[in-house]
Design a protein around this ligand. Sequence first.
Ligand SMILES: [Zn+2]
Length: 475
Amino acid sequence: MIKIGLEIHVQLNTKSKLFCGCAVNGNDEPNTRTCPVCLGYPGAKPVLNSKALEYAVKMAKVLGCKLNKKIFFSRKTYFYPDLAKNYQITQYEVPIGFNGKIKLKENDVTITRIHLEEDPGALVHPKGLQKSEFTLIDYNRSGIPLLEIVTEPEIQSAAQAREFMKKLKTFLGYLEIYSGGVVKADVNVSVRESGYVRAEVKNVTGFKEIEKTIEYEILRQRKELNEGMKLKQETRGWDAEKGITFLSRGKETEEDYGYIFDPDLCVYDIDENIKLPEMPDEKILRFVKKYHLDKEDAEVLASEKYLAEFFEMVAEEVDCKIAAKWIRRDLLSALAENNKTMTEIDHKKIIKLLNLFCSGKITDKVAKDILFLIVKKDVSPEEFVKKKGLEAVSDSSELERFAREAIGSNPKAVEDYKNGRHEALNFVVGYVMKKTSGKADPKKIPIEIRLKRSLVRSLILSTSFLAFGCKSLNL
Ligand SMILES: [Zn+2]
């Protein structure tokens, strides 16, 4: 048994910082998006960004947290050069939300608390941490709003942590409060064999790295226990290049930070009635009811807000089950293969393609190939089909001609067939398919052949194969 707890910091996608008007994104020239507030000048007064508060309250509601009616901010005091004020404005005593829950497949994970805080500046080591002779400081990051989400240590494996983070990302995406910026986490891991002695790994950046950290820590702790070592509660760092954790420093307790109420900011009321958009669970139910999708298809399509919207745009014009199948299966795998995202795809092209497929103008195989090219090269399906002559061969005279050729050029198979080897008839299908390069509907040919089987058989047996009329075969 393993216990994993996460403290995840998500960068919110507001336009300005948490307590001043400086832009969150834009000029990357160091120390250009700064002002007296985020540089900690004496006398500078912070003002709370109401958008950031709104985003945090929405997320707290989505996570089923209880909301505090009134909140305030506190100063977390420590000296470090990335922190110009010598304190970070955060929330300690009264978070925005507490006691929420994320439902996973096998168990639920309790959300201990969710609160807002400001990001410190960034320390830059030009030649890397070990070799640099000096350190630069960039305060562009100082004051960017972070949402901190803390869980109880109820996650039981790296795979579950992945599932948890995927859900979290889905919610953030639905609320449109996160645009793929930096996600950082403090990860605590403990195993039963040690009596759950926790190691906390600080500042792991990115969802993938968080997962790797967990996997590494479980292995390390079990290995050390197997070697007879006794584990101590400790704070560790993550070396992403080497893929290992390392002992960093003794762990401070929360008391060490000496939190005090920040008198520059007021007490804020929380709006419990804030409206939420349709969230994934509701969307799944609606998809099943409205479009008659399987629950699994609905779950995949609702896993990302834009994916769900894309599906609905296509389903307006195409049979919804076909739209669901093609988008979740073929389109998603083509996107993954080409390292592209849904937003790069023109939904109108997918509608055109699926309409060509539904009307029988192109086969399943051709449709798949074109879908791949839409993703890769943004081709126009109709023009592409026309230019390459990829319409499905439905003209029976052309099929007849190929069937006649097949018979003419495969005397051995015909002979075999005459001698009672019925499967030799399959050569006709094979040959015709080859000649039409996958354009003929493979389902259609065997059925027609089966229907005419007795006629073909009698013709081959009673006359020379060249003498019988392909017209009467009507393949
Ligand atoms: Zn500023």
